[in-house]
Ligand binder design. Structure first.
Ligand SMILES: Cc1ncc(C[n+]2csc(CCOP(=O)(O)OP(=O)(O)O)c2C)c(N)n1
Ligand code: SF4
Ligand SMILES: [Mg+2]
Length: 302
């Protein structure tokens, strides 16, 4: 049975006060992730807004062991820590969590992550995707959506984002899932499931960013939900090569109702201001094709 919102445990591992912007999606997500792992975890974190969230030594807003690592080495450090816990007999019930941004995952950290996936190392890798290099002032990443303005794409990015979850799936690892900070129960259940699996588990999580996307901090959850309603973000999990839609995406597919037009989502954020109609059409077509792909896979027999 999926967890209900009122049944989510109060983690207590994300402490009051942190250095993130008001409304940052990272905080909502980190509560669920640390609660799902019951705090029995070691984190590896590269330079990012997450590092800022954690705070500067000796002060931290997160009550779990946390290692700040060099940008490209998040997955390599997690591999080493997992091996160290095993070698010293301290791996029982412990989870190593590598958690990095989209730039640190899809661009800078991809080779260490790919190597760890190929070796099927024993940790969870969670990419929180705020769709740009936010900590350094919003530069484009390989995950920035087409049409989004960043400080390095003044007229709007021309390319669609990489499909990181499908890249990770191609490695044949035991568990791949997508999630959203706006759907905490779906995220919680996926982390609980991932905890019980050995080998490399990859979770790709959409994390709205008021400062970089240009929206009011009170709308973080509303926008995260809207992204799922449009099909720009699709919630699913893949086990043993079988893909199943989850949560709101599964309900949307089964309802047969039309998805919210991408135009409605785009209109909520200043990063998409003055988006050309042909770019909007291209993004809508991209979302439609992907949605049909996932709905088709969801219907395949296991
Ligand atoms: C080797 C290296 N290159 C560049 C930087 C500068 N830097 C720090 S955080 C950051 C952005 C990271 O982007 P992302 O991984 O998407 O995380 P976010 O900041 O968006 O949370 C960059 C480029 C660095 N710290 N180290
Ligand atoms: S820039 Fe975005 S991701 Fe970074 S702390 Fe602020 S709201 Fe969070
Ligand atoms: Mg980012």
């Amino acid at each position: 049975m999926p967890t209900k919102i009122l049944d989510l445990p109060d983690s207590g591992f994300v402490l009051p006060g942190n250095r993130a912007c008001a409304g940052c999606g990272i905080g909502i997500a980190l509560r669920q992730v640390t609660a799902a792992l019951e705090g029995r975890m070691v984190m590896t974190v590269p330079a990012s807004c997450l590092t800022v969230f954690g705070g500067m030594y000796p002060i931290s807003s997160v009550g779990v062991p946390w290692v700040n690592v060099a940008f490209p080495s998040t997955a390599a450090a997690a591999s080493g820590i997992a091996a160290g816990l095993r070698a010293t007999g301290r791996d029982d019930g412990m989870t190593v969590l590598a958690m990095a941004g989209d730039g640190g995952t899809a661009d800078i950290g991809i080779q260490a992550l790919s190597g760890a996936a190929e070796r099927n190392e024993d940790f969870i890798y969670l990419c929180y995707d705020n769709e740009a290099y936010m900590n350094t002032g919003t530069q484009r990443s390989g995950m920035t959506p087409q049409g989004a303005r960043t400080t390095t794409t003044w007229a709007g990015k021309r390319e669609n984002p990489k499909d990181m979850p499908r890249i990770m799936e191609a490695h044949g690892i035991p568990y791949v899932a997508t999630a959203s900070a706006a759907f905490p129960t779906d995220l919680f259940d996926k982390v609980v499931k991932a905890k019980g699996i050995r080998g490399l588990r990859y979770i790709h999580m959409n994390t709205p960013c008021p400062s970089g996307w240009g929206f009011d901090p009170k709308d973080t959850v509303r926008l995260g939900k809207l992204a799922v309603e449009t099909g720009l973000v699709v919630l699913y999990e893949v086990e043993e090569g079988v893909l199943r839609l989850t949560g709101r995406s599964a309900a949307l597919a089964r309802s047969g109702k039309p998805r919210t037009p991408v135009a409605e989502y785009v209109a909520t954020q200043t990063r998409f201001r003055s988006m050309a109609p042909e770019t909007l059409n291209a993004v809508q077509a991209w979302a439609d094709t992907r949605w049909e792909h996932f709905v088709r896979r969801d219907a395949e027999p296991s």
